[in-house]
Design a protein around this ligand. Structure first.
Ligand SMILES: Nc1nc2c(c(=O)[nH]1)N[C@H]1C(S)=C(S)[C@@H](COP(=O)(O)O)O[C@H]1N2
Ligand SMILES: [Mo]
Length: 507
């Protein structure tokens, strides 16, 4: 072997090791960023560190922990990261023999992380996604950089090319990691501020007789099952200590409130069903909860609304806007700046720390989450997020009803069949619900009890069916005397109409 040849080999070995180390780092970063975006509890590296802590015998760990104090976890996380980069370097070197050998090192590390994750009590299949993304990053970066590391016609050019690539990937990884940390940090600090809050709110008691039907969605929808609609790719993380709301525009006195000032005011609590204008007939973009907050009418009264104002334009922390008629905010209904949902501070996804709730209007014209600004104005002076995209300026909820039992396409026993679901006409109230099987006459449903006009109502009944296929239809009549039209309208521009129907088979 000539001396020159030996130099080239040394150079390319160094490059392969560097390529592998950079690949290792890229995988760690990608898995960390995905963990933050998915709001998973811990990164794969953290999970491995936790398992190491759990499995280390006390005789060894205790003196160590005494030595490093409460920094044991961060130190271990850093150690695992360094180990991954070092093993990545080994993987890079092994690609000189065969590319597969390099990949095997990464797969072995992934297998360890997978086993560590599965042994954790909060394991879900979903929590494997960050790890899978990290493995893909490892593979792609390793193949790319080891490819670039191969000797080129001139030594100078190939050196420059390799260093540019390796440096570029490293810089990108560090920038992404820093960005990801920022996003994740905001979320974590908002979450912990939320956990520490003790609000003077109640959980709300489901009124006797409201939950009558069995097999339906529950009358009170738990926060974890509540539908979610918004334009936010990343949920805004707003710390209550940084939250302010400004009430301004056509008012005598501008108001500015901090979170403690808001929750120190008289709180109002109520059952309100909110729903999305995009809910198709029979759809599930609707939910009922016990909301606690401050009545907007009181705030507007204090600010002194100028005559002639007809709208309140709301802006959220993330720049989303909507407009609500002042009349709906001041006519005595429970329109509020809500701070709690079913007795706990709003979940981040549902607008923490403060959102609007207005009975009787679709969410896109009233239910601003992460709200920070209320401008008293007139409808002719502004347009809002969804009105700019073809939806109506005004969005009163349309009277609707939905079949939940039996399920679409299910099989039941011929004879008496229980039928049930929900109907709603927020702030108008449901008067009657009727259902009909096949071409038979309409039958009156039994209605659950409701505390006010602003919630959905459970309906139920019985139909007699012989064996064969059947169609069930439902329609509601509200307290204004309006019976749902059978005419089907699309959700655009101001909400769907039509009767919900399902087919089922009896044997
Ligand atoms: N900031 C903000 N608030 C928003 C939205 C949004 O996109 N951004 N979507 C609205 C729509 S269209 C609906 S239907 C409700 C849904 O509220 P939920 O996600 O708590 O069910 O929020 C409303 N508030
Ligand atoms: Mo919506």
């Amino acid at each position: 072997m000539t001396r020159e040849h030996g130099d080239v080999e040394a150079v390319s070995r160094r490059r392969l090791a560097l390529a592998g180390g950079v690949a290792g780092l890229a995988g760690v970063v990608v898995s960390q960023v995905l963990t933050d975006l998915l709001n998973a509890r811990a990164t794969p590296v953290q999970v491995v560190a936790e398992v190491i802590i759990a499995k280390t015998p006390g005789a060894i760990s205790e003196p160590l922990i005494r030595l490093v104090g409460r920094n044991d976890k961060p130190i271990l996380v850093a150690g695992v990261t360094i180990a991954i980069i070092a093993l990545g370097a080994v993987a890079g070197l092994l690609t000189a023999r065969r590319r597969l050998y390099g990949h095997l090192v990464f797969w072995a590390m992934a297998a360890i992380a997978l086993v560590a994750a599965i042994t954790r009590p909060d394991f879900t299949a979903y929590s494997v996604l960050p790890l899978a993304a990290g493995v893909i990053a490892w593979t792609v970066v390793l193949d790319h950089l080891t490819g670039v590391a191969r000797p080129q016609p001139t030594l100078q050019a190939s050196r420059r090319r390799f260093l540019l690539n390796a440096g570029g990937v490293t810089a990108a990884a560090l920038v992404v990691a820093a960005g990801g940390r920022l996003v994740g940090q905001g979320r974590r600090s908002a979450e912990s501020a939320r956990r520490l809050l003790r609000l003077p709110v109640s959980r709300g008691v489901v009124p006797a007789g409201a939950q009558t039907a069995s097999g339906t969605v529950s009358w009170r929808v738990p926060n974890g099952a509540f539908y979610r609609i918004d334009t936010a790719l990343v949920v805004p993380a707003v710390d209550p200590k940084d939250w302010r709301i400004r009430i301004h525009g056509m008012v005598d006195r501008e108001l500015a409130l901090t979170y403690p000032e808001l929750v120190a005011r008289q709180l109002t609590e109520a059952w309100v069903t909110i729903c999305c204008v995009s809910n198709p007939v029979g759809g599930d973009l609707i939910g009922n909860a016990w909301w606690s907050g401050v009545r907007i009418a009181d705030l507007l009264e204090e600010a002194g609304v100028h005559p002639g104002a007809d709208a309140v334009k709301q802006t959220s922390k993330d720049g989303w806007t909507c407009g609500t008629p002042i009349q709906a905010l001041t006519d005595g209904r429970n329109a509020m700046l809500a701070v709690a949902m079913n007795g706990v501070p709003l979940p981040l996804e549902h607008g923490f720390p403060v959102r609007m709730i207005v009975p009787g209007l679709y969410g896109y014209v009233s239910a601003t989450k992460w709200v920070v600004d209320l401008e008293v104005t007139t409808f002719d002076k502004f347009s809002a997020y969804w009105t700019d995209r073809g939806w109506s300026e005004r969005g009163p909820v349309k009277t609707e009803s939905r079949i939940e039992v039996p399920g679409q396409g299910t099989h039941v026993k011929a004879g008496s069949v229980r039928v049930a679901g929900h109907a709603w006409a927020q702030h108008t109230g449901i008067a009657t619900v009727e259902f009909r099987v096949d071409g038979d006459p309409w039958q009156q449903a039994d209605l659950g009890r409701v505390p006010n006009l602003d919630t959905w109502v459970q309906w139920s009944g019985t139909v007699q069916v012989g064996s064969g296929d059947h169609t069930l239809v439902v329609r509601a009549t509200d307290r204004s005397g309006y019976t749902q039209t059978a005419a089907r309208a699309d959700v655009v521009p101001n909400g769907a109409t039509g009767w919900d129907h399902i087919t089922f088979a009896a044997t």
